[in-house]
Structures are given as structure tokens and as C-alpha cells.
Design a protein around this ligand. Structure first.
Ligand code: NAI
Ligand code: 15L
Length: 269
């Protein structure tokens, strides 16, 4: 059972894949769920509020954040691409969100970071939150900025943040790499709930993964969050192997944790 500790919770990126998956689930975490995105996604249902806002628009972000207790921040560019939109949505957007949170007195944020902060570690390495970032592109670099920004706002202002380095959160793993990186929607919700309810969160980095037998990430630095995954990619393994070719181990896509992101680009607009 989800313990409800927040009165009004803001979910950014509500029109996206994970936003849609979390919309119903997060209602258990609060009395009122405020949903936001830059794209229209329909009207508010019972116990919901809808505010359209571009994360790059400081005034709109301040209005979006006003009056909420906590934030689940999913909004932004979610893949590698030209730097301009990443700069606006992920870098300026994160700054606007944390400034608005500071001014409005928000005390806790769950930030959707990404495994691409550490995408240039190899697939035969196990890393912890103590390993230095090795972003695999501008997208991963922008998430590393968000992690550092949130640490600054914790050190200076005491705003607690969980930087959730989400692996691959989809209905099912799509390829062999995702057998290691998969995070089910229910486990994502369990992890966010743990981040929202643990007594002392501080500034934490946690890898967002289900209980997959093959993994590259060690969450032992995040035991205080109390996340216990219930799902596993293992039930998909046979089917994924049957429909996908064996990887070419000389290919960087198969060597590095970031998979295809390590060769995506070029970065220019
Ligand atoms: P998505 O691309 O489906 O959703 C992102 C949402 O952010 C979209 O609805 C988009 O309209 C909104 N957005 C983009 N620019 C914006 C702006 N300037 N202002 C306001 N809203 C803006 O991505 P998805 O899969 O739902 O991911 C959600 C978050 O989780 C993203 O931050 C992504 O980087 C992160 N993440 C997701 C992973 C996954 O496996 N789905 C893995 C790692 C990280
Ligand atoms: C991400 O950060 C992306 O948002 C998502 O679309 C997936 O590609 C995921 O990483 C992944 O690494 O599989």
C-alpha cells in the first residue's frame, strides 16, 4: 500500500511515455496531482490539475510550481539530439524548476536522471553511485548537470532530491541490452514512492532498474531509500534472445552501457 505523505504533487512531463504510465499510479501518493507538460494532453480529471508550461519559460515554471509540496520531474528532452532543445528544456528548464522550488518552499524532488550519465562505462563493469559521471552524449551531459544542480540546491537550501538514473522504462524490454537496464512501470512507481516517503532522502543517486539477473548497477549506496523491486526482465529473456541477433562485441554499441546513445549524433543543430 502506498503511504500518502504529500497533499499536492506536481508531475512534469505528463504527456510523455512515463508521464502517462504514472498518472493513475501517482494518485495514490497525494490528495491532488498537478500535471504539466509543454504539449496539451487533455483535461484534468477528479483530484487533478493541469497546467501547460514550457520548462524554458521561467515565469510559467514558477506558476506551475506554486503551491505544491513535492515534484516528480520527468519533463524534458528524453533522447540524444541537437543541443539547442536540450539546453532549453533540460539545462535551463532544470534551473528554472529548482529556482521555482526554492522560492515556493518545495522540500523534495524526484528528478528523472538517466543511465546515460554513465553511458561510457563498459557492459562488463558494475558501477555504484560513487563512480564519476561518464556521459555518452549531450543528453547524458544535461542529466549530469541536473544531478549537480540538485546537489547544489541541497547543499545550499536543503531541498532534498533523488536523482533516479532510469535505465529503460517501457512496457517490456525491447532488446538484449534492455534485459540489463529494464525498469517496469510498477517498479518505477515503487521507486518514486520510496523516494517520496523515505524519512531522510538527502541528495541521493539511485539506479532505476527492476530486479534483473544481469545488471551493471549496484544500488548499495541507496539502501536508505528502501526501494525493493518486484519485477524482473528475466521472464522476457528467452523471447528477446529468439528475436534479436547476437551482438558484435567489437561494436561500441555492444561494449558500452549506453548502447546506441554512445554513437548517436553529431551534436550540432
Ligand atoms: P518522453 O519524451 O516520452 O516525455 C518527456 C515529456 O517532456 C514530453 O511529454 C515532452 O512534451 C515534455 N517536454 C519536453 N520538452 C519540454 C519543455 N521544454 N517544457 C515542458 N515539457 C517538455 O520521455 P519519457 O520516456 O516519458 O521519459 C520521462 C523522463 O524520464 C525524461 O526526463 C527522460 O529523460 C527520463 N528517462 C526516461 C527513460 C525511459 O526509459 N523512458 C530512461 C531514462 C531517463
Ligand atoms: C533514456 O534515457 C531514454 O529516455 C529512453 O528513451 C531510453 O532510450 C533509455 O534511456 C535507455 O537507455 O534505454
Amino acid at each position: 500500500m502506498t503511504i500518502k505523505v504529500h497533499e499536492k504533487l506536481l508531475l512534469t512531463g505528463a504527456a510523455g511515455g512515463l508521464g502517462k504510465a504514472l498518472r493513475e499510479r501517482l494518485k495514490a501518493n497525494c490528495s491532488v496531482l498537478r500535471l504539466s507538460d509543454v504539449q496539451p494532453f487533455g483535461a484534468a480529471a477528479a483530484n487533478e490539475e493541469v497546467i501547460l508550461a514550457d520548462l524554458a519559460d521561467s515565469a510559467a515554471v514558477h506558476t506551475m510550481v506554486q503551491g505544491v509540496d513535492a515534484i516528480v520531474h520527468l519533463g524534458g528532452v528524453s533522447v540524444e539530439g541537437p543541443f539547442g532543445p536540450i539546453l532549453q528544456a533540460n539545462i535551463l528548464g532544470a534551473y528554472n524548476l529548482y529556482e521555482a522550488a526554492r522560492k515556493s518552499g518545495v522540500k523534495r524532488i524526484v528528478f528523472a536522471s538517466s543511465n546515460h550519465v554513465t553511458g561510457f562505462y563498459r557492459q562488463d563493469q558494475t558501477i555504484t553511485a560513487d563512480h564519476p559521471p561518464r556521459p555518452d552524449g549531450m543528453y547524458g551531459l544535461s542529466k549530469a548537470f541536473g544531478e549537480d544542480l540538485s546537489r547544489l540546491y541541497f547543499d545550499r537550501y536543503g531541498i532534498e532530491t533523488a536523482c533516479v538514473r532510469i535505465g529503460s522504462s517501457f512496457a517490456e524490454p525491447k532488446d538484449r541490452r534492455m534485459l540489463a537496464t529494464w525498469l517496469s512501470f510498477d517498479d518505477l512507481h515503487r521507486l518514486i514512492t520510496a523516494c517520496l516517503t523515505t524519512p531522510v532522502l538527502g541528495h541521493s543517486i539511485v539506479f532505476g532498474m527492476s530486479n534483473n539477473a544481469v545488471t551493471w548497477w549496484d544500488n548499495s549506496r541507496a539502501r536508505h531509500i528502501g526501494y525493493v523491486p518486484q519485477d524482473s526482465s528475466d521472464i522476457f529473456r528467452e523471447a528477446v534472445y529468439a528475436r534479436t541477433p547476437a551482438p558484435d562485441l567489437k561494436d561500441p554499441v555492444a561494449q558500452y552501457q549506453g548502447g546506441g546513445f554512445v554513437v548517436a549524433g553529431p551534436f550540432g543543430d
